[in-house]
Design a protein around this ligand. Structure first.
Ligand code: SF4
Length: 140
């Protein structure tokens, strides 16, 4: 069975995530900035290493089948911390990807250097920075 074959690797991943959360919070925070997407509630990350006692699988259709979803620990809340977690997760469910993925540092910079949201709203209404300046001068 696939699960048994990878058990040691998956358990190691669980320990690694716990270590990162406790001793490398800045790394975890930095990786969160690079994480995009949303959880699809497939519940596979609840099965890494061992099957979680609170995971109810198909009995619950929402919240990934977790009966303690609101009280889940940070190792569950922060999954996946990085690309290695996604690789571990994909050992169990390779054909249905996790809802999360990671962008590169360059892509983050591109997003940060892009147009400010306020300017995007202005241009959506047909206003440019020039229009705003002209309106201000009229009031003077
Ligand atoms: S593996 Fe990804 S999509 Fe599936 S429950 Fe975990 S975080 Fe959500």
């Amino acid at each position: 069975m696939r699960y048994r074959k990878y058990r040691l690797r998956l358990l190691w991943g669980k320990l690694r995530r716990q270590f990162l959360i406790i001793f490398r919070p800045r790394y975890v925070g930095a990786m969160r900035l690079r994480r995009i997407g949303a959880c699809r509630n497939c519940g596979i990350c609840c099965q890494l290493g061992w099957g979680c006692w609170f995971h109810r699988g198909l009995e619950m259709e929402t919240e990934g089948g977790c009966s303690r979803y609101e009280m889940r620990p940070s190792t569950c809340r922060l999954f996946p911390i990085d690309q290695r977690d996604l690789r571990d997760r994909n050992l169990l469910l390779p054909h249905t990807p996790c809802g999360y993925s990671f962008v590169t540092v360059e892509e983050v910079e591109e997003i940060l250097m892009g147009p400010a949201p306020a300017l995007a709203v202005e241009s959506a209404h047909g206003l440019s920075a020039g229009h705003c300046r002209a309106a201000t001068r009229k009031q003077d």
